[in-house]
Design a protein around this ligand. Structure first.
Ligand code: CTP
Length: 217
């Protein structure tokens, strides 16, 4: 199976020295890529700016912004001839500044208002490709929520045409950004939920890859 994994945050620059981003470290996505490669799959990892080494056997494409990540994913996936799974673990910025100044903005010229425009939703774009790929493209998402993770996850799973979504409540101890562990549930479009206990991100990655292999033998 071909597995394309996105990981890490994206950066949306305001000027050459400032950007909007989030605390994602990329660890969860890198663990999925490492595990998929260990299981013998052909893995491409599309990474936002993170400080992690490339896992063994994985080919890596580095990107900075959400638009770059979107272009990279679409070009790697193409119209797949062979079964391809995209695991979208990246914390993609939903918004970017309407303009990026070429020179550092001086605070005396700023008025405290930042105009933002929406970034592309990468999974939704891929859902369009999936329709044309004759069942060869499968999508798996992540949903980091602050409360009621399952309900939001079911909605996103349906809207983004996902096989399943890995949901977690980042306010729970041991779950979320910057820690070695995670507590997730696999949520399916029909509302079925499989809650996993607190475990290392490596173990979560192992369960995700096992589930992919089970769904798409
Ligand atoms: N995602 C994406 N492109 C975006 C934003 C998110 O592909 N522009 C993917 C993420 O990688 C993740 C899934 O969509 O796999 C859910 O991301 P999340 O930020 O939780 O969802 P949003 O669609 O941004 O929804 P909301 O803002 O309503 O929480």
């Amino acid at each position: 199976m071909r597995v394309v994994v996105t990981a890490g945050p994206t950066r949306e620059f305001i000027d050459p020295v400032r950007f909007l981003s989030n605390p994602s470290t990329g660890r969860m996505g890198f663990a999925v890529a490492a595990e998929a490669a260990r299981c013998g799959h052909d893995v491409v990892l599309i990474a936002g700016p993170v400080a992690l080494p490339t896992p063994k056997g994985v080919s890596r494409v580095d990107v900075v912004s959400a638009r770059e990540m979107c272009d990279a994913v679409l070009s790697v996936v193409g119209l797949p001839d062979n079964p391809t799974v995209v695991v979208s673990a990246a914390a993609v910025a939903d918004w970017r500044p309407a303009t990026c100044a070429r020179k550092k903005l001086k605070k005396r010229h700023m008025d405290g208002v930042l105009n933002l425009v929406r970034n592309p939703d990468i999974l939704k774009r891929l859902a369009g490709v999936e329709r044309r790929a004759g069942g060869n493209l499968r999508l798996v998402g992540f949903a980091a929520e602050t409360g009621d993770a399952v309900c939001e996850a079911v909605r996103k799973c349906r809207e983004k045409r996902l096989s399943f979504i890995v949901a977690n409540d980042v306010t729970e101890p041991g779950a979320g950004f910057g820690v070695e562990t995670n507590k997730v549930a696999f949520v399916y479009p029909d509302g079925q939920v499989e809650q996993l206990p607190l475990m290392s991100k490596r173990s979560v990655a192992r369960r995700i890859v096992r589930q992919l292999q089970h769904l798409y033998p």
